[in-house]
Design a protein around this ligand. Structure first.
Ligand SMILES: Cc1cc2nc3c(=O)[nH]c(=O)nc-3n(C[C@H](O)[C@H](O)[C@H](O)COP(=O)(O)OP(=O)(O)OC[C@H]3O[C@@H](n4cnc5c(N)ncnc54)[C@H](O)[C@@H]3O)c2cc1C
Length: 441
């Protein structure tokens, strides 16, 4: 359940968001007004303005303001960023389409050679937005590398929003009034400020607070743990289950950082942090080769996937590398000498690839911990759970009433969908389970 302060803060941010989308629109209706036009022309202009305001605010949604994202968690914000962008792009694209329908002579503006600059900017903005959406929705199908996509995504969004603004200013009409022009230009400066904050101010801050790799530990399941110590600063405190963006090669100004959960105990006081990383792609395959002493950068902590609420029992459900936030929770509870029962349901392929297996067994001596291994490909003679974690597995290992425990789920998307469904079938209220998805995109 969300703490009360988060609920209040979340509500304030929602109102602020709506204010920034709608207020610039209503300001257009104040002061001296241009001659009225037909309903559809006015409607099309209104959705064009609103669409652009939504797109501009996208820079804020991805700016990783901890104070803003805390009530929901970063994954929810990214999900919202994706969904709301579809609405924003839809509004921007509908704007010219409605105009073409009610005033067919405007179709001639599509001829970018003869069209005035204000129409060319409009076309550039719309084409960039369409490219942005296509690449975001079908990046994997189009076989575009994550890093290439990320850079293109940022460039296209800057082009789309700038061109949209130049189109608006060039067209004038509602913006012939100097006060309103100033307001929209100030808004654009605010959007650019958000971008500069993420791409310049934040990296500068990280540059001054580097970390050093003090150990690279091999783990079971093609996985390595990086142990990092703050270099010349005290580090930060995190809550178990939270994560940070890690930059290993290059400076913090690099466009793409990679998110990883903290695996270490949050009770450690020397500022050191550990991340346990599975070899799954270009970046992660290089982790085992990171030399000790290397300088790295962390942007964090982030995320709302964390323990802290009083619950009679914590149920942790991990699939594969989804164990990392759970091991941080378990290590922290052990360090805090917490006596509440913890049940870990841990899905893996086989016995040999279970990351942290030995440590989990050892932790049972320090904690009221039950570990249920669920294997999809066990060897002959395995007597434990096999297949996937289902409602039946829950019922065999948890005591009712199921709705009173606090559930934490992290693993592949398909597993998480199935578990959320199973919890629904067991009448566990949504407020009692927390999910961390390892795919924001
Ligand atoms: C909140 C969070 C916590 C995570 N914690 C862990 C962890 O503790 N241990 C662990 O091994 N993995 C973790 N991951 C997953 C990890 O971030 C990706 O596996 C890694 O970034 C993939 O990079 P790659 O270049 O090796 O793989 P690629 O082959 O380049 O990418 C594989 C897929 O990973 C995703 N991805 C790639 N880069 C990024 C990025 N910069 N940001 C978001 N998604 C990306 C994309 O969907 C991509 O298709 C976490 C992810 C998130 C979102």
């Amino acid at each position: 359940m969300l703490p009360y302060s988060y609920k209040v803060r979340g509500t304030v941010w929602i109102f602020l968001y709506l204010f920034f989308v709608l207020a610039p629109l209503f300001v257009l209706l104040t002061g001296s007004l241009p001659p009225p036009r037909d309903f559809w022309t006015e409607f099309s202009a209104a959705i064009g303005y609103a669409g652009l305001a939504i797109m501009g605010l996208q820079f804020g949604l991805t700016a990783r303001f901890r104070y803003v994202t805390e009530p929901w968690g970063e994954d929810v914000i990214y999900h919202f960023h994706r969904q709301i962008s579809l609405l924003g792009v839809g509004l921007v694209v509908a704007h010219p389409l409605i105009l073409f329908a009610v005033r067919p002579e405007l179709v001639a503006l599509l001829n970018s050679i003869r069209a005035p600059w204000r129409a060319r900017f409009a076309a550039l903005s719309v084409y960039s937005l369409v490219a942005l959406v296509v690449m975001a929705l079908w990046r994997e199908k189009l076989k575009i590398r994550y890093e290439t996509w990320h850079l293109t995504h940022i460039l296209l969004s800057i082009i789309a929003v700038t061109a949209g603004l130049l189109h608006m200013l060039g067209w004038g009409f509602y913006l012939t009034d100097t006060r309103k022009r100033v307001l929209w230009i100030a808004l654009a400066i605010f959007w650019i400020g958000l971008l500069l904050y993420v791409r310049v101010a934040k990296p500068l801050f990280m540059l001054r607070r580097p970390y050093r790799i003090s150990e690279v530990r091999k783990e079971r399941g093609d996985t390595s743990t990086l142990v990092m110590h703050p270099d010349g600063h005290p580090g930060f405190r995190f809550s178990p289950g939270q994560f940070a963006w890690l930059t290993v090669w290059g400076s913090p100004f690099k466009i793409t950082g990679h998110p990883f959960s903290f695996a270490s105990s949050a009770a450690v006081t020397d500022g050191s942090v550990e991340m346990t990383i599975r070899n799954l792609g270009d970046f992660t395959s290089e982790i085992q080769k990171v030399p000790v002493g290397k300088r790295v950068y962390l942007d964090g902590p982030y995320g709302a996937f964390t323990i802290g609420n009083p619950a009679d029992m914590h149920v942790l459900i991990a699939g594969g590398i989804g164990i990392t936030p759970m091991i941080s929770m378990i290590r922290t509870l052990a360090d805090r000498r917490d006596t509440r029962p913890v049940t870990l349901l841990y899905g893996n392929e086989d016995w040999e690839s279970i990351t942290f297996r030995e440590e989990l067994e050892a932790l049972k001596a320090r904690l009221n911990l039950t570990v249920v291994y669920v294997l999809t490909d066990p060897s002959d003679g395995w007597t434990g759970e096999r297949g996937f974690i289902t409602a039946e597995v829950f019922k065999r290992h948890l005591r009712p009433p199921y709705g009173e425990h606090e559930y934490f789920i992290c693993g592949p998307n398909v597993m998480m969908d199935a578990i959320e469904k199973a919890l629904g079938e067991m009448h566990v209220p949504q407020s009692k389970y927390h999910s961390e998805r390892y795919s924001f995109v």
